[in-house]
Design a protein around this ligand. Structure first.
Ligand code: URP
Ligand code: ZN
Ligand code: ZN
Ligand code: ZN
Length: 500
């Protein structure tokens, strides 16, 4: 078997293929990064590398819809960049990320976009796309949004309702209106920033300076109020709304109460399922500050299970990591004032295992629902489907061979991320990625990580995603089941790609 053919031709045999809509026993033949055939008794060229996946699940590679790599935030910069972050992602079974371009207040959206392309291009080990944050509102921002959607493959914009770069209601209204005009998706960080600022002042004045103050200043209702307000504003302009990092029961309920009249999507985080807000009272500062993110983890111990159930019931649709990592020394910037602790936690590497453990292993969700919330729904919402988010002929060969019988124990000592802390420390998870195939290349090979820096590409996310703007059109995008590789016409039509 020569090396070159083993790189671009691959057969995965005897596995159980899990898609959102079905589970099948099929072999998968991959060539040049694309799934070319699926079925049994496939006829394949000699010299093809064969991986035996007997007894294993074959899953679409995870898509993490929420990461912050190489991100300058709260006076410092995340320790994980596009290399270490995507390397770790692959180790855990994630084959695509969608990161946030963050313009500094007043900076042009386009300049920020180019800056992020420079940070990621040539570094990322897996494919990536971008959401773009609006850190202020102006007519120029409005024009830049149009250019980003028309010329740069961006179809989502994040607005903040907290932090000193938050938008007010009338600015949110205008931003949502522009998203709707362009066929983009509006994303919100939903917390009432004005209430948080007042609460924080009062707590500091009372001498509460530690990480517990972070959570105390941002209680659930402050999140739920903002979710409700964002939904009301989105409804006025008929704009589809995606609420990022939904962290509480009351915020989910607020979101759900609008689902009958507005197109709303809710994303929660691996952090919210795998740990909780009790850690803010831990005596060790590195430990408690290591859990600081916004909105915070909730002290209500029933929250993680409730969020898992909401994912099972399609009240929430996706799970991200919000990976935004800072080391001990950086977290110590807030040693005497919780408002200065850089906000963010890990999760990019462990998201898949945490969801499997809390969802599938417990029997709350099926493997198919696991695929939906970790991959397919992100692909559909951000208009990457069926190129990404499913295992089908014509799709990118982003595939995980998943051993549900194996376990691993998460630790900062052994993880692949650059950060020195792990919020899931000591958690034993069933479900281990054994092989991870990224665009046809075996990047995790029987547990051995063999990534290539810069192997990933920027992927355009076109506007007017059918799943968001025209659900009736989704039927025509359904992956087709054919073993006949000569039926190129049908494949080109269905997958909107050119097969060679
Ligand atoms: O605490 C968080 N979530 N840090 C990342 C920035 C954001 O708001 O997503
Ligand atoms: Zn946020
Ligand atoms: Zn500690
Ligand atoms: Zn975030």
């Amino acid at each position: 078997m020569d090396n070159e053919s083993s790189q671009n031709r691959l057969l995965i045999k005897n596995g159980t293929v899990v898609n959102e809509e079905d589970v099948t026993e099929e072999d998968i033949y991959i060539e040049d990064g694309i799934i070319k055939q699926m079925g049994n008794n496939l006829i394949i060229p000699g010299g093809t590398r064969v991986i035996d996946a007997r007894g294993k699940y074959i899953l679409p590679g995870g898509i993490d819809p929420h990461t912050h790599l190489d991100f300058e935030f709260m006076g410092t910069r995340t320790v994980d960049n596009f290399y270490s972050g995507t390397k770790a992602a692959i180790a855990g079974g994630t084959t695509m990320i969608i990161d946030f371009v963050f313009p500094k207040k007043g900076e042009s959206l386009l300049d920020a976009y180019y800056e992020y392309r420079q940070k990621a291009d040539g570094k990322a080990c897996c494919d990536y796309a971008f959401h773009v944050c609006l850190s202020h509102w102006s007519e120029q921002v409005k024009r830049d949004m149009e250019i980003l959607t028309k010329e740069h493959g961006v179809n989502s914009f994040k607005m903040f309702m907290a932090y000193d770069f938050m938008l007010n209601d009338s600015e949110l209204y205008s931003a949502f209106e522009q998203c709707q005009n362009l066929g983009a998706i509006a994303q919100v960080h939903a917390e009432n920033g004005s209430i948080i600022a007042k609460n924080a002042q009062r707590l500091l004045a009372r001498g509460i300076t530690g990480p517990e103050g972070h959570e105390m200043s941002r209680p659930e209702e402050v999140e739920a109020e903002a979710v409700n307000r964002a939904c009301v504003i989105a409804k006025q302009v008929n704009c589809p709304l995606y609420v990022v990092h939904v962290m509480s029961k009351s915020a989910t309920e607020a979101l759900y109460s609008h689902s009958g009249s507005t197109k709303v999507f809710g994303e929660t985080l691996a952090a919210a399922l795998g740990t909780d807000g009790s850690h803010y009272r831990h005596e060790c500062f590195q430990h408690s500050a290591g859990h600081v993110l916004s909105p915070p983890l909730r002290p209500d111990p029933s929250t993680p299970l409730a969020l898992m159930n909401y994912l099972a019931q399609d009240v929430l649709q996706l799970i991200g990591s919000d990976n935004c990592t800072f080391n001990k020394a950086q977290k110590e910037m807030g040693k005497n004032n919780f408002t200065k602790i850089p906000n963010g936690v890990n999760g990019l590497e462990d998201r898949m295992s945490v969801v499997w453990e809390k969802g599938v292993q417990t029997g709350i969700i099926s493997p198919s629902r696991f695929v939906a919330i970790t991959s397919t729904n992100a692909a559909k919402i951000f208009n990457l489907y069926p190129r990404k988010g499913c295992i089908a002929v014509g799709s990118d060969a982003d595939i995980v061979i998943w051993n549900a019988g194996a376990t691993r124990t998460i630790s900062a000592q052994t993880h692949h991320q650059a950060v020195d802390f792990n919020i899931f420390e000591g958690m034993t998870c069933h479900g281990v990625a054994e092989y991870v195939i990224v665009s046809g290349r075996v990047c995790l090979d029987d547990g051995q990580l063999r990534v290539v820096e810069g192997y990933g590409h920027f992927v355009d996310t076109p506007v007017f995603a059918p799943f968001v703007y025209n659900p009736d059109e989704m039927d025509s995008l359904k992956p087709i089941k054919i073993n006949d590789v000569n039926d190129f016409d049908l494949m080109e039509k269905t997958h909107k790609i050119k097969l060679v």
